[in-house]
Design a protein around this ligand. Structure first.
Ligand SMILES: Cc1cc2nc3c(=O)[nH]c(=O)nc-3n(C[C@H](O)[C@H](O)[C@H](O)COP(=O)(O)OP(=O)(O)OC[C@H]3O[C@@H](n4cnc5c(N)ncnc54)[C@H](O)[C@@H]3O)c2cc1C
Length: 496
């Protein structure tokens, strides 16, 4: 096994795409579950903190160590099995999402919940309950996880299958591979009904596997994942529409969302049923204009939508979309329609470019990301969006607003140019998060909390519930070694 402890060799493991920075003594690269288990057992003897690393595309500092050692999952990168008939895949955590997508698509299979950044590891997408554009139709990663193999904080093994190990009331009772019994209480708080990746997933009588999905490397190390797959759709209609007024783009999304919900309820394949509904404001389009000069000049806003179709439904669905575009004064003539898969990929790249350029911008300024990952209920989304945008606009600072608006999920990124603006940006950011919470929304719909957002989770759930999360962590990780500092400050594990 490779172990790197020369500081010049570990630098790339000390930050992530949010530009959050940390420090560690060494990075370990296990090539088998046995090697990984031995590292954990040894770390327990020495009380050495462990941070698990995926591919470092996270946006909250989750994989960034604050001391101790890092375990990189990059050598655990095998696709163990793809079962076409039963429609599942079993993978190790270090499999790169894009490579997985390429392989299953060749076999006419489909895995919808991929994040915009497909250079991530599948294990990390489970650890953060990641989402992507297609989450509008298919939900987050959680919906596709059938089973997990997990190394516990003391080096034991848990194999959890969906539907098999239940939490009774709020009592978690599990038996490890070494026949050790785990008995813990999970917190009884009310989670937002929006898309959500903030804090531990806890519900009365839920599947135990759901506790570990989205636990951000704090409750166990995921070493094998069984994922549900679907049949690849025949075709996907993909289009970017430009609007000269933002209000038109927002009403277009609202109506497309409502029709989509109705189509799903009625299992109607002959009506609008968006796979993705993504939004770009005028600042975002200006931010992209240098790389995409073909963006029409007068444009104030754009919407990217996708829908699955068959040859039989193509004409009908295209007509319905064009009618909707015209109804909301979208510009049919300047719209981009993907005629081929490679054109469709370019639209995905257009969306990815926004997030990527934001990460690049903050790294150049040597600052950290100040970007919302908030979702609120659909009926208050426009109110929330206007509030957030007005704050950003009035600050005089540069910003871009975009996101998964189908899910009422806003990424508003402030782009401070120096430390003074950075402090101002954090103030505005806090106000936006407070508003999301006051509207029964979440401060993190998909990126998780990591270290960057833990102080805001305190505002979302309150200290009493953070202490309940800390008690649960202590119950599963007595020496507080795994991913400590993610989700909440480790001081809460002393129960404050
Ligand atoms: C341009 C860009 C666009 C993005 N778009 C999206 C998006 O649309 N949706 C979205 O959800 N995210 C998005 N992200 C964030 C990021 O890609 C996801 O959070 C992704 O899941 C992180 O994967 P990673 O391999 O880089 O993980 P890392 O950043 O390395 O780690 C993320 C977290 O997972 C934990 N972890 C990793 N592996 C394991 C394991 N095996 N067991 C236990 N814990 C583990 C780590 O400790 C850490 O807390 C985007 C990021 C960028 C840069």
């Amino acid at each position: 096994m490779i172990i790197k402890n020369d500081q010049s060799q570990v630098q790339s493991y000390l930050s992530d795409a949010a530009n959050y920075r940390g420090f560690c003594d060494a990075v370990y690269f296990p090539e088998s579950e046995k090697e990984l288990t031995n590292i954990v057992i040894e770390a327990n003897k020495n009380k050495t903190p462990i941070t698990i690393s995926g591919n470092g595309t996270g946006l909250t500092g989750g994989r960034v160590p604050e001391g101790g050692i890092v375990i990189s999952t990059e050598k655990l990168n095998k696709i163990i099995e793809i079962d076409h008939a039963e429609k599942y895949a079993i993978v190790q955590p270090g499999v790169i999402m894009q490579e997985f997508q390429n392989i299953i698509e060749e076999q006419k299979l489909y895995y919808p919940p991929d994040p915009t950044e497909t250079n991530c590891f599948i294990g990390a997408t489970v650890a953060t309950n990641a989402s992507g554009a297609k989450t509008f139709k298919y939900g987050s990663t959680r919906n596709f996880v059938l089973a997990l193999n997990i190394i516990t904080a003391d080096g034991d093994i848990l194999y959890l299958e969906r539907g098999k190990q239940k939490i009774y009331d709020y009592k978690l009772n599990l038996i490890t591979q070494n026949s050790r019994e785990i008995n813990c209480i999970i917190p009884a708080y009310k989670m937002p009904e929006t898309k959500n990746a903030a804090g531990y997933f806890c519900k009365r009588n839920m599947d135990a596997i759901d506790l570990f999905i989205g636990s951000e490397g704090t409750l166990g190390i995921i070493t094998e994942i069984k994922l549900k797959l679907l049949d690849k759709p025949q075709n996907i209609l993909s289009s970017i529409i430009f609007f000269d007024k933002e209000i038109n783009a927002l009403s277009f999304i609202t109506e497309a969302r409502e029709i989509s919900y109705l189509s799903r309820k009625n299992s109607a394949s002959n009506n609008i049923d968006a796979l993705a509904l993504e939004f770009f404001d005028s600042n975002t389009l200006s931010f992209l204009k240098k790389d995409y000069p073909q963006i029409p000049n007068y444009t104030r806003t754009a919407v990217w939508f996708e829908q699955e179709y068959t040859e039989a439904t193509y004409d009908l669905l295209l007509n319905k979309w064009i009618n909707l575009i015209n109804k909301h004064n979208g510009d049919e003539n300047t719209a981009w329609f993907a005629a081929t898969n490679s054109e469709r990929e370019k639209f995905k790249e257009f969306r990815h470019a926004v997030s990527w350029k934001v990460s690049e911008y903050i790294a150049q300024k040597n600052l950290m990301k100040v970007g919302t990952d908030t979702a609120v209920p659909d009926n208050v989304f426009i109110e929330f969006y206007n509030y957030a945008k007005e704050l950003a606009y009035n600050s005089g600072m540069e910003y871009v607003a975009y996101g998964h608006f189908g899910n009422s999920h806003l990424h508003l990124n402030l782009l401070p140019k120096d430390n003074q603006e950075y402090e101002q940006a954090k103030y505005i950011y806090r106000l936006i998060l407070e508003k999301a919470v006051s509207l029964d929304g979440t401060i993190s719909a998909e990126h998780g909390i990591g270290k960057l957002k833990r102080e805001y989770l305190l505002e979302m759930y309150g200290e009493k519930n953070i202490i309940k999360m800390a008690r649960l962590k202590k119950c599963l990780d007595q020496n507080l070694l795994l991913g400590s500092g993610n989700i909440f400050d480790v001081k809460y594990c002393g129960f404050v």
